[in-house]
Design a protein around this ligand. Structure first.
Ligand code: P6P
Length: 330
């Protein structure tokens, strides 16, 4: 890993690490700079969300005379607007949109497909808990100008980049292009993301688990037994759960932990979506030395068959994920 001095901006990092890549056209760097711009715009609105609440229910008129949009609609529009004209994408897939979005004919299309959950955990906005934008980026494989579902209904190992913008106590952009996972923290006083977490690594083992235990009675009995076994006091495990995937994942990435969202009676295929939640976070987890599984196979080997397909998700430190898979296949 090259050395980066104090105060390295996102732009400098992207140029230094990606300019030298054979065949680099600069499109991916441009795409990620637009993601950073959209993240700053969404962050500014998220930070004022409480005020918007004070100025009337979402959807009412605010003090500037503009309609207060639901934040996840605002986030969706902001990321699409930042990407549709940049000449770097040929399709955008969003949790907010049933169908994929193609680039308008009057804009130049590029070679990348951007899949996103524009504001994961948005139900937590009223509690000031961490929320975020999760994204995955594929390079186009289909012919012609426009992207097609076949460009994203692929194994997550074919992603060229994945990451998230976390709107929390601080605002961070965390991403990987396959060579390590790196975190950039926004300094709002200058409006720049600065490298703050170079090459984040997940240690092999952990003693922290993250799940909604209220559903545990609906889980596979073998998983229930595994969880019960962790509670032996001498083992020293602890539980942490925000209820915001991006916040739970980030905490586990920087401090260690295993997140699990097993199938439940209400979500028989699991709740979380493959394209813009499980795959991007699995890409990051493996790039940081961790693992991600659906309980039977690595998430990154699983090929989704529809844009909004859901999956069970077990993700975090490799030993804990391996143990869960062993338990579920014993
Ligand atoms: P539950 C948020 O709504 C979300 O999609 C993820 O961010 C989070 O991990 C999950 O749902 C929480 O689900 O069933 O525990 O409320």
């Amino acid at each position: 890993m090259p050395h980066f001095e104090e105060g390295t901006t996102l732009d400098r990092f992207l140029l230094d690490t990606m300019r030298a890549r054979p065949g680099a056209t600069g499109q991916l760097v441009t795409l990620l700079k637009q993601v950073a711009l959209a993240g700053k715009l969404v962050n500014a609105r998220v930070q004022r969300a409480g005020l918007a609440g004070m100025l009337g229910a979402v959807g009412g008129m605010n003090i500037q005379g503009e309609y207060v949009q639901k934040l996840d609609v605002y986030a969706n529009d902001t990321f699409k607007r930042a990407l549709e004209h940049a000449g770097v994408c040929c399709m955008i897939v969003s949790e907010e949109d049933e169908e994929q979005m193609l680039i308008p004919a009057d804009y130049e299309a590029g070679e990348y497909i951007f899949s996103m959950d524009p504001l994961d955990g948005s139900s937590n906005i009223d509690t000031n808990a961490s929320i975020g934008t999760i994204f995955g980026i594929h390079r186009k494989v289909s012919a012609g100008r426009d992207g097609a579902p076949a460009d994203v209904l692929r194994a997550g190992r074919e992603l060229v980049c994945a990451g998230y913008v976390l709107y929390g106590a601080g605002t961070m952009l965390v991403l990987s292009t396959g060579a390590g996972v790196h975190g950039f923290t926004l300094d709002p006083s200058v409006g720049e993301f600065f490298l703050s977490h170079l090459d984040i690594r997940l240690q092999p083992s952990t003693r922290a688990y993250s799940c909604n235990e209220a559903y545990s009675a609906q889980w596979d009995p073998r998983l229930q037994a595994w969880l019960a076994g962790l509670k032996e006091p001498s083992l020293g495990w602890s539980a942490r759960y925000i209820g915001s995937l991006v916040g739970d994942f980030h905490r586990n990435l920087v401090k260690g932990g295993v997140f699990l969202y097993p199938p439940t009676a209400k979500a028989r295929q699991g709740k979380l979506r493959m394209l813009y939640e499980a795959q991007p976070l699995a890409f990051l987890a493996e790039a940081a030395g961790g693992a991600a599984s659906d309980g039977h196979m690595p998430i990154l080997d699983k090929v989704p068959t529809s844009l909004h397909e859901r999956s069970p998700l077990y993700i975090g430190n490799a030993e804990a994920v391996a143990r869960i898979v062993e338990v579920l296949n014993s």
